[in-house]
Design a protein around this ligand. Structure first.
Ligand code: C2E
Ligand code: MG
Ligand code: MG
Ligand code: MG
Length: 291
């Protein structure tokens, strides 16, 4: 308890003791536990990568598998990325962790190719901190070299808000990534502030509609308008558009009627461990072929 108290005092300023509450103690407690164990998690091999397919809405082919990190904490069990990625960013640990995911995903995609699975991209989420690293290009080139994966089978997902933090800087990094030959998607699109004027400067391949617009797309006319506007914007700029968080047949029909290119979500598969992917691809191939 003494350690936790010190931590709070440091965090909140020495005169702010009156703000303590048991809930805050519990939060700080958990945070401290997470932070301490996050530092050891890579060495202890506690991270896993799960994969979730992206599906072409017309052909039903799998275009990519998105890598989503999982942390299997020895005491807390599975900790969601929403909880530990922000902490990893605050502590700088996101750099080695992000590099680990990138390497693991590239190795895994080579392995799938070796198993005879039809080639598909592996999509890796990049944190804003990674995006700003001076040696990002070298790191990616190094990992492609090391794993033997060709650049066109790697996709990077960068959120709209990260790109819009500094659009001029983003233009230059995105150009370098394009020259490397990797596929680039703007993740969580629609909640940031890109205008058409910005978008035409970004050398990206795909816009990924944020799942907050997909959820109620059938019943909320504003969400429907935003989703169709993003699709129209993508079409006119020659970009692919994918919708994330697709859970129902109704959402799928809406997106299909409105000419969205690809979909991803629980309707097709939850994120799965790599050893499940071969089986999924076989099953999916059978059912997609039928339709
Ligand atoms: P994201 O990249 O936008 O990923 C989409 C999130 O939605 C994932 O949550 C995914 O599991 C979840 N999802 C997929 N389909 C559905 C659906 O049909 N319905 C709903 N409600 N949710 C769905 P997850 O895996 O918890 O990841 C959350 C976020 O954490 C990701 O959002 C991404 O921003 C971040 N993240 C995950 N892995 C990494 C990583 O390796 N590096 C970095 N920097 N960030 C990561
Ligand atoms: Mg993503
Ligand atoms: Mg997303
Ligand atoms: Mg999202």
């Amino acid at each position: 308890k003494a350690d936790i108290a010190m931590y709070c005092v440091k965090g909140e300023g020495r005169n702010n003791v009156q703000f303590y509450s048991p809930q805050m103690d519990a939060n700080a407690d958990k945070r401290l536990l997470l932070e301490t164990s996050l530092r050891k998690a890579l060495d202890n091999r506690e991270f896993r990568v799960y994969y979730q397919p992206k599906v072409d809405i017309v052909s039903k082919r799998i275009t990519a598998m998105e890598a989503l990190i999982r942390w299997d904490h020895p005491i807390l069990g599975l900790v969601s990325p929403g909880e530990f990625i922000p902490l990893a960013e605050e502590t700088g640990l996101i750099i080695p962790i992000g590099e680990w995911v990138l390497r693991a995903a590239c190795f895994q995609n080579c392995e799938w190719v070796r198993q005879g699975i039809p080639p598909m991209r592996v999509a890796v989420n990049l944190s804003g901190y990674q995006f700003q690293q001076k040696n990002l290009l070298e790191t990616i080139r190094g990992i492609l070299d090391e794993t033997g994966l060709t650049a066109d089978l790697l996709e990077l997902e960068i959120t709209e808000s990260v790109i819009m933090q500094n659009p001029d800087f983003a233009v230059s990094v995105l150009n370098q990534l394009r020259d490397l030959g990797v596929h680039i998607s703007i993740d969580d699109f629609g909640i940031g502030y890109s205008s058409l004027a910005h978008l035409k400067r970004f050398s990206v391949n795909t816009l990924k509609i944020d799942k907050s617009f997909v959820r109620d797309v059938e019943i909320n006319s504003a969400d429907a308008a935003i989703a169709t506007a993003i699709i129209a914007m993508g079409n006119s700029l020659n970009l692919k558009v994918i919708a994330e968080g697709v859970e129902t047949e109704g959402q799928l029909s809406f997106l299909s009627d409105n000419k969205c290119d690809e979909v991803q979500g629980y309707l097709f598969s939850t994120p799965m461990p790599p050893e499940k992917v071969a089986e999924f691809m076989r099953e999916h191939g059978r059912s997609a072929g039928r339709g």
